[in-house]
Design a protein around this ligand. Structure first.
Ligand SMILES: Cc1cc2nc3c(=O)[nH]c(=O)nc-3n(C[C@H](O)[C@H](O)[C@H](O)COP(=O)(O)OP(=O)(O)OC[C@H]3O[C@@H](n4cnc5c(N)ncnc54)[C@H](O)[C@@H]3O)c2cc1C
Length: 399
């Protein structure tokens, strides 16, 4: 048996939530091991719209200036076009006056900046590795984990022991099923693995970078029968195109780009105009089988989870990345306080969930309430002309 390495905190997943958590914990003086099955930089399907709530977190992590330098010009306005092609305008200063802008930043850049900062601050990062198996003993308040390289030729497996494990391995996390729990947690574990599998989103994410002439840096979102999607300019002549569509439309992305556009965004006359000169500059990516949006995953009743591993956010909201960064930071702060007060893992996990609910529940209630609107084209046509003057007030309430 290889020697057991004792560490303070192990984080599974070095995406936004995991890296944010690692950076914060290093800032607070903890030993951190970060594990990711991928190697950075890696591509990631995303709308690449980093909303205003991400900015204070990046600032706290010492990364805001660097991310701004690597992003396109700040995005100050979002236009939402209903299926009839009529716009609604949302100024980001209505969301936050202290950070009245969003950023357009490719994920292979943003995620790499975060993981590199974690390394620079002293986090031990195992890229290309996964947790093969593990045991949690609540008597000893300890996890014992075996981690192994994804490609078995790369290196030997390692055994780690820690009182704290964070799951930040994203929306398809199955970490809870990899860890064997001591008796009292087993019933929760069973309930969680059966509960989550029933809740899979029918929609498919589709994304690629495109060449296009942009007249402004604003984000344009368009609804159409079968889904919605956004075009986020990255530079004067490139943009990120990202859609959330029914599977029948997603299948068309395997055909040529023009056909796919014609049956999706092309159904919206405002998008048709904007996209007339667009061409794909990379292969189209798709992602399906996402866990239900806006539902806290039941595996978080076992393992302290952050970002999408805790709850996957509606892509429309442009809030998933901020949520991941915010929960990573919150998890680190709760772990720090818990360890200082000699709390058990269970106590820290519960405290974190309480603080999470207090911080986010209202936002998620509003998003759940808004979801039907995203699909009801008739309702959109009816509401769009009357809703514009009410938007600042709605945002004030929802914030
Ligand atoms: C179609 C679509 C468009 C979106 N557009 C936007 C947008 O414009 N703006 C926005 O804010 N949000 C958007 N989101 C949401 C956003 O992408 C996520 O909320 C965000 O990436 C969550 O970050 P995370 O760190 O929790 O997870 P991730 O970014 O998924 O990171 C998880 C990490 O865990 C690693 N991992 C996975 N499995 C394992 C394993 N078994 N072992 C070890 N490591 C593992 C992965 O390699 C990855 O690095 C969008 C989502 C979708 C589906």
């Amino acid at each position: 048996m290889p020697p057991v390495i004792k560490t303070a905190v192990i984080i599974n997943g070095a995406g936004l939530a995991g890296s944010a958590c690692a950076i914060r914990l290093r800032q607070l003086g903890h030993t951190v091991i970060l594990i990711d099955s991928a190697r950075f930089p890696r591509r990631k399907l995303c709308g690449e719209f980093l909303g205003p709530d991400a900015m204070p977190v990046l600032e706290a992590l010492g990364l805001l200036e660097t991310v701004i330098k690597q992003s396109g010009p700040p995005v100050r306005t979002v236009h939402l076009y209903n299926a009839g092609g009529n716009p609604l305008k949302i100024k980001l200063e209505w969301l936050r006056q202290d950070y009245p802008y969003a950023l357009a930043v490719p994920r292979f850049i943003l995620d790499t900046l975060l993981v590199e900062r974690a390394k620079m601050l002293g986090a031990i990062v195992h890229e290309g590795c996964t947790i093969q198996e593990g045991i949690y003993s609540s008597d000893q308040n300890a996890f014992e984990l075996a981690i192994k390289p994804v490609k078995s030729t790369e290196a030997m497996s390692q055994h780690l022991k820690s009182s704290i494990l964070v799951d930040a391995s994203g929306r398809n996390s199955n970490l809870a099923t990899t860890i064997r729990m001591s008796q009292q947690a087993e019933s929760i574990e069973k309930a969680s693995s059966s509960g989550d599998t029933k809740q899979i989103e029918p929609y498919v994410g589709v994304q690629c970078h495109i060449d296009i002439t942009n007249e402004s840096t604003d984000l344009n979102m368009y609804f159409f029968p079968g889904g919605y999607g956004g075009i986020q300019p990255l530079t004067n002549n490139t943009a990120n195109l990202c859609l959330w569509v029914i599977p029948e439309l997603a299948k068309l992305s395997k055909q040529n780009f023009g056909t796919f556009l014609q049956h999706t965004l092309g159904q919206n006359k405002a998008a048709r105009l904007y996209l007339s000169s667009a061409s794909a500059s990379e292969a189209i990516k798709t992602v399906a089988g996402l866990h239900s949006l806006h539902q806290v995953r039941s595996s978080s009743q076992i393992i302290l989870s952050a970002g999408d591993a805790l709850l996957a956010v509606e892509p429309f909201s442009g809030f998933g990345m901020s949520h991941a960064l915010q929960t990573g930071l919150l998890a680190a702060n709760c772990i720090h306080q818990g360890l200082q007060n000699a709390q058990t893992y269970e106590q820290i996990r519960k405290q974190y969930l309480l603080r999470y609910q207090a911080q986010f529940e209202l936002q998620f209630q509003v998003m759940r309430w808004m979801r039907p609107l995203l699909k009801q084209i008739f309702l959109q046509k009816l509401l769009w002309p009357v809703i514009q003057p009410m938007i600042p007030a709605i945002i004030r309430f929802y914030r």
